[in-house]
Design a protein around this ligand. Structure first.
Ligand SMILES: Nc1ncnc2c1ncn2[C@@H]1O[C@H](COP(=O)(O)OP(=O)(O)OP(=O)(O)O)[C@@H](O)[C@H]1O
Ligand SMILES: O=c1ccn([C@@H]2O[C@H](COP(=O)(O)O)[C@@H](O)[C@H]2O)c(=O)[nH]1
Length: 237
């Protein structure tokens, strides 16, 4: 068995990547695939916490542009992340991976409340902890929630699994001339306004020196390769 380089990681999953080829929601094949990828790293004995986005279902900022109150829209966005978290929990447990969902918004019937010490204990027992409902506050994103939770649990690194294979000089889905960046400092990402993660998340990571890796969620084996020390995707540090 390969030796992992990290003991505790936080994985940020893009909600949009869960919809696969569909225009909306969760594609069953994708959620199974993601669960397999996560299992490949829990099998190595690594403590894994997860934050899932909600962009495959609802983004607050999009709804606020058609005159919905931003706070209400963001509450809906946070609920979308709960839906994704429960889907991931189900897929992981069907594969024999023990999990707990902890929500930043109270919904006791379906998820534990977010309690840091309990989360840490679950991780020590080998359970995957899925942090749902972002930070629990409007005007934030799940990228910021991921950086925040990573710091609270003292994760050594944050892996952001997304639809592109790393950071580029501009959005590679919009600009064919965008150039790949292998390593970059937080400050340069902020100065150049590179939007693979939001600026609040980057500056919070910078303040606490949390390294970030951006990688392609559709590249099978990437998670395992990263935690075993291979250079995959882009590194922000
Ligand atoms: N400079 C850049 N380098 C790489 N990707 C970029 C850049 N600027 C914008 N992007 C875009 O950022 C996206 C990453 O965002 P992602 O879909 O993971 O969003 P999220 O908000 O974290 O998740 P969700 O889909 O749940 O809302 C990529 O798909 C890519 O198109
Ligand atoms: O702390 C948070 C996290 C998220 N939201 C809302 O949820 C959606 C989905 O999250 P993404 O990060 O875009 O995937 C987001 O658009 C916000 O509306 C939030 O309010 N607070």
């Amino acid at each position: 068995m390969p030796l992992p380089k990290f003991r505790k990681i936080l994985l940020k999953l893009s909600g949009e990547a869960l919809m696969g080829d569909q225009g909306f929601g969760i594609e069953p094949r994708m959620i199974q695939y993601v669960a397999d990828e996560i299992r490949s790293i829990t099998d190595l004995g690594i403590q894994v916490a997860v934050v899932v986005g909600g962009g495959n279902i609802f983004r607050g900022i999009a709804a606020s542009s058609f005159n919905m109150d931003r706070t209400s829209a963001d509450h809906m966005g946070m609920l979308a992340t709960v839906i994704n978290s429960l889907a991931l929990q189900d897929a992981l447990e069907k594969k024999g991976v023990q999990t707990r969902v902890q929500s930043a918004i109270s919904m006791h019937e379906l998820a534990e409340p977010y309690i840091l010490r309990r989360a840490i204990r679950h991780l020590e027992k080998g359970r995957v902890v899925i942090f749902a409902a972002g930070t629990g506050n409007p005007y934030f994103t799940t990228d910021t929630a991921a950086v925040l939770r990573a710091q609270e649990i003292h994760a050594e690194i944050l892996l952001k699994a997304t639809k592109v294979n790393g950071l580029y000089t501009s959005d590679p889905q919009l600009d064919k001339k965008a150039e790949f960046i292998k390593n970059i400092s937080y400050m340069k990402v902020l100065e150049k306004q590179l939007k693979v993660m939001d600026m609040t998340a980057i500056s919070l990571a910078m303040d606490n020196k949390l390294p970030l890796i951006i990688f392609d969620m559709n590249q099978a084996g990437s998670m395992k390769n990263i935690v075993c020390g291979e250079e995959v995707g882009s590194r922000i540090s």
